[in-house]
Design a protein. Structure first.
Length: 154
């Protein structure tokens, strides 16, 4: 197997495990009361994957392929809208219900603190994903520029 493909598969596995390390404690404490599992998980995975691609694009197995780069120029548009909507919905939920609503009427101080952790964790990864989503098309245009304008062409 190609080293670049192995690195890509290993990186995706790392992103999924990393997301699970954040989502499992939330699930253990709040159960089905946390309605943002999918958007939180996608934020973590998009943040990690796009950050890796922005800085380590040359180690990607499709770093010289035209179609994946073209897709990564236009894919961030719906991803950006999805993450903005998720962030607004989360902020609206926290403003109206509070973070204690994740724990079904609990009055334990530990739940208040864990609710704050959930809030800050979600906002951190969602905003990080939004920043990397904005930067990804710029990185792909740079990649096109570098592969088109090489010095060894006549």
């Amino acid at each position: 197997m190609d080293k670049k493909l192995s690195f890509e598969i290993l990186s995706w596995g790392f992103a999924v495990v990393f997301a699970a390390l954040f989502m499992i404690p939330i699930f253990m404490r709040s159960g089905s009361n946390f309605p943002f599992y999918f958007s939180n998980t996608t934020s973590i995975i998009v943040f990690l994957t796009f950050t890796r691609w922005i800085f380590l694009w040359t180690y990607s197995p499709f770093s010289r392929s035209k179609w994946p780069r073209l897709i990564l120029i236009f894919l961030p548009i719906p991803l950006f809208m999805y993450h903005i909507d998720g962030l607004f919905e989360f902020q609206k939920f926290v403003d109206e219900e509070g973070t204690i609503a994740f724990f079904k009427g609990s009055n334990d101080m530990g739940d208040y603190n864990f609710g704050r952790f959930i809030k800050y964790e979600y906002i951190f990864f969602c905003v990080g994903a939004l920043v990397t989503i904005v930067l990804m098309p710029i990185r792909m245009v740079i990649s096109f520029w570098r592969t088109t304008n090489t010095k060894d062409k006549v």
